[in-house]
Design a protein around this ligand. Structure first.
Ligand SMILES: NC(=O)c1ccc[n+]([C@@H]2O[C@H](COP(=O)([O-])OP(=O)(O)OC[C@H]3O[C@@H](n4cnc5c(N)ncnc54)[C@H](OP(=O)(O)O)[C@@H]3O)[C@@H](O)[C@H]2O)c1
Length: 250
């Protein structure tokens, strides 16, 4: 299939995990893919592995950097057809250990940064455009220690539902994918957690998934491409769980 032939795609947070898998999938279906991320090394490796792509070192928490990326794409390609806002950070802390700094850090990326990235990018999107945003099952399930992250992703879910309604009249669809536990580097980026604690967390997650495994980034990518494509032409404001049945069956 070449559902994205000649389409201009921006993947924000595309140099690791499910964003990387999705960037590769878009390119494999004919898209020109622009990719953002913070880490220069993985960004360069990503661009080398995604045919025809361009990389931008940009922190989504820095709103002017999102604006700059969009301006560069406008200068080069004139428009964005598909926007995938995927950048996000994890991190666990129970109520008694939550700090204001950790709250602000997570929310500046997972909520505020994503909202303003959308605001900047839709400026150069037109009718027929499509936006997909990565949410999380964490916003809809009570997972101890996950409040900061859940609040940010829950806020993102609420905001995106409103924006989906606002964008209907502009002919732009906006949908969310909400993954369950996916085997990506995110799990290993939990500050303060030992390798043993991470392994235990992984086991606990698998126990809670009816399919008894973690998902793969490529499985999320397939859902993103479906929602981004014309195959989903009558779908907007949807929230698609990619979670092995975890939310509905547990
Ligand atoms: N893995 C899961 O189980 C799971 C479940 C539900 C939802 N999610 C969500 O899925 C998304 C992708 O996560 P992943 O699991 O694929 O993790 P990952 O491998 O850690 O990838 C996260 C991506 O977001 C980028 N990113 C993070 N902070 C950023 C920032 N401030 N500015 C720009 N880019 C930033 C990272 O780039 P750098 O490496 O350069 O920072 C990377 O490309 C996140 O929104 C996450 O919350 C993950």
């Amino acid at each position: 299939m070449m559902r994205f032939k000649d389409k201009i795609v921006l993947v924000m947070g595309g140099n690791s995990g499910m964003g990387l898998a999705t960037a590769k999938a878009f390119a494999a279906e004919g898209a020109k893919v622009h990719i953002t991320g913070r880490n220069r090394q993985t960004l360069d490796e990503t661009v080398a592995s995604v045919p025809g792509s361009k990389g931008y070192q940009a922190d989504i928490a820095d709103i002017t950097s999102s604006e700059d990326v969009v301006a560069q794409i406008e200068a080069e390609d004139g428009r964005i057809d598909v926007l995938y806002i995927n950048a996000g950070v994890g991190g666990f802390a129970p109520l008694r250990d939550i700090t204001p700094d950790a709250w602000d850090h997570t929310h500046s990326i997972n909520l505020k940064g994503c909202v303003f990235a959308l605001q900047k990018a839709v400026r150069i999107m037109g009718r027929g455009g499509s936006v997909v945003v990565t949410g999380s099952i964490g916003a809809h399930a009570s997972l101890p220690g996950n409040a900061v992250y859940a609040a940010a992703k829950g806020g993102l879910y609420a905001a995106m539902k409103v924006f989906a309604g606002e964008l209907v009249s502009e002919g732009i669809r906006l949908n969310m994918v909400s993954p369950g536990p996916i085997d990506t580097p995110l799990l290993y980026r939990n500050p303060g957690m030992t390798d043993e604690a991470i392994a235990a967390l992984k086991e606990k997650m698998i126990e809670n998934v009816p399919m008894h495994r973690m998902g793969q980034g490529e499985e999320v990518a397939k859902a993103v491409l479906f929602l981004a494509s014309d195959d989903a032409s009558f779908i907007t404001a949807a929230n698609l769980f990619v979670d092995g049945g975890m939310l509905e069956l547990r």
